[in-house]
Design a protein around this ligand. Sequence first.
Ligand code: SF4
Length: 330
Amino acid sequence: MALLSVQNLRAYYRTEVYGISRIVRAVDGVSLELQRNEIYGLAGESSCGKTTLIKVISGTIKPPLRVEEGKVHYQFGSFEIDMLHISPEDLRRNVRWKEISYIMQGSMSVLNPVRRVITTFYDIVTTHQGYTDRKAFLGQVRAHISKLGLPPDVLNLYPHQLSGGMRQRVAIALATIFQPSLIIADEPTTALDVVVQRGVLQMLKEIQAESNNTVLLVTHDLAVHANVADRVAIMYAGRIVEEAPTSLIFNAPRHPYTQHLIRSLPMIGDRSSRASLPGAPPNLANPPGGCRFHPRCPHVMDICRVEVPEMMTLPGNQRVACHLLAEGRR
Ligand code: SF4
């Protein structure tokens, strides 16, 4: 059974300003499953709905965001939860950090700038595990950071005394202290240079391989997915348009949007210019009907303008939502 099952999820932002209501359909009919012991990559350009999707998956839904429809179910061993109906207390006590943890883009968001790193560890461990024995707590934290290859003296430093890469490693150490079943990593390397980025990704991979847990890696950077993910899903305008094992996504993409993304990646030795797509991603307060990619798609057909393409499963566990496949043209 999958660790996480999301079915037909619709999550919208509903606002009303001066009597004018506005609905932003940020996630609109997303279904996916995350298996145990895999790194699942979620890619897509800014404002495609990635962040909203992880807010719902991680149970951080606050107005004006509302879930309109769908299911979000977790199976942690014999312990099953319905994320859309769990109580805030149950979520805080039994799920956050212990079963689902979150690595944010900016590590300063999780580290308190005026407190030493050890104090942040203490706050999290005592809140979620209830330690009162300081010696046991220190033993647990020191063993954990040493396993991750971090020097013990980072614990006594303030966040501003650490480099960006070291801060992100500390954030990963915090997120994995309880060996959670799912780690959600939201753009974990975006602010880092490529050398540091590589070290941070390697650390994430090693943790996953050792703990056999699941990582949901969210980034627009396809090169990161190519290096790390087992499977990749491509999101466009609030929907998943393609999902496949990483090698298939990069070697045989089937959706025109994925094909464009892959073709636009720089290749070593290839000096030819890269074609850009016409237009821009749609405004999700007023998305186009049918396939949301149709105003930009070079293969658009009449049906694309009126009918939302169904997700089809192809050989090799590749899922694609495009009318070309139903028409047998690809
Ligand atoms: Fe293009 Fe139509 Fe496929 Fe959408 S459904 S990607 S518009 S061919």
